[in-house]
Design a protein around this ligand. Sequence first.
Ligand code: ADP
Ligand code: MG
Length: 250
Amino acid sequence: MTNTPNIPDTHPIIEVQALIKAFGLMPVLRGINLEIPRGQCVALLGPNGSGKSTLLRLLTGLSKPTAGIVKIGGWELPHEGMAVRAQIGMVSHKPLLYGDLTAYENLRFFAGLYDLDGEAMDTRIHALLDQVGLKKRRNDLARNFSRGMQQRLSIARALLHDPDVLIFDEPYTGLDQQAGATLDTLLTTARDGGRTIVMATHQLDRAARLSDRAIILSRGKIAYDGITAGLDPIQLARDYAEVTGEVVAR
Ligand code: ADP
Ligand code: MG
């Protein structure tokens, strides 16, 4: 974990101020203000094209704001990008793995990118493979893995450098029920371990069940921001329909 510049732990780990993102003349995010306290699990909801992936890419420094401020752990993007990336693990819908490498070799490769090496790293890789349930498959090529197994290997990759913040972009897409349940457990473990999680998803049931807070993006703005503890998923679906004008299948 990275030391932050003289900022007490009570400070929000994610701070977004007046964030605007446009592609050419098309505004996608039109003034986002957001503070996420350390350890919170946030579900990011919204119709297709509402800017969820765009916001997540801005949080990880993969994309630059048109205007506004993004700070992670007190470090500001883009100029403190190295410090920000050291604190963030990202899992997107694309698994970002090398099919011709085994599960173990993939993690070795990415550990090298983070300048992690040596015996301690090897121990960590084996512990992560165990945690995501791929210990027995560690010497199999990633290209022969099911979508669920690739997703779990991606999570192990995202956890390699022990990041404070985990960003998930629609992690449940393409997973069957069992793989989805395994991902639920991995998410809950990460959350119980004190990590801050931001997860874009279309699954309102899961958002209500697994997260502490739900945020709905609509037309480039935050249209809903509420605590999910004790919230009935049916109520969340009603709120979703009201702020987005879309009914979601549950
Ligand atoms: P979501 O993840 O909520 O489905 P996105 O953030 O992917 O939405 O996209 C929001 C809008 O921004 C869409 O209209 C999309 O076409 C547009 N967009 C996203 N990335 C780019 C890009 N690199 N260039 C141009 N337009 C983009
Ligand atoms: Mg998206």
